[in-house]
Ligand binder design. Structure first.
Ligand SMILES: Nc1nc2c([nH]c(=O)n2[C@@H]2O[C@H](COP(=O)(O)OP(=O)(O)OP(=O)(O)O)[C@@H](O)[C@H]2O)c(=O)[nH]1
Ligand SMILES: [Mg+2]
Length: 126
């Protein structure tokens, strides 16, 4: 099985709250909250994927981002390599472009909401 690379964006607003959305329906890990992001496609860098995914999912234009953590995470049927980026500069107003529930959450809220297991360590350092 091939390890799937995923680029994920941590976007904070002026109140220090982070942008999250709810995984739904048919999606892997439906019912969990997540930071916007998705699969790095062939020929794309992680940063390019991060920019494309945040535009497609939440309508934000990422200007600059810094890698804060990368980790491998395995499910029985799926192997992931997750790269978490802190988005340091962006343009636009967040909107749910794929109809997904979208909200801003404080760090305390992040700690209380259900996230995929792979997110534990990155939430802990916020
Ligand atoms: N976007 C995102 N994915 C996460 C997070 N944590 C985590 O384990 N994942 C996992 O990483 C994978 C990301 O895939 P995705 O479903 O967002 O990919 P995508 O946007 O390209 O979706 P698509 O397949 O609908 O085109 C999923 O298996 C998801 O469960 C997170 O915080 N954000
Ligand atoms: Mg996605």
């Amino acid at each position: 099985m091939k390890r799937q690379h995923i680029a994920i964006g941590l976007v904070a607003n002026s109140e220090g709250k982070y942008l999250i959305s709810l995984r739904q329906g048919e999606q892997h890990l439906a019912g969990k909250w997540e930071f916007p992001g998705g699969k790095v496609e062939a020929g794309e860098s992680e940063l390019e994927a991060l920019k494309r995914e945040l535009d497609e999912e939440v309508g934000l234009e990422v200007k600059t981002a810094e890698l804060i953590e990368t980790k491998a995470f395995d499910f029985p049927d799926l192997q992931l390599q997750l790269s978490f980026y802190r988005v340091t500069e962006y343009l636009g107003q967040a909107e749910a472009k794929e109809g997904q529930p979208l909200r801003w959450a404080s760090v305390d809220e992040l700690k209380a909401l259900p996230f995929p297991k792979a997110n534990d360590s990155v939430i802990a350092v916020l």
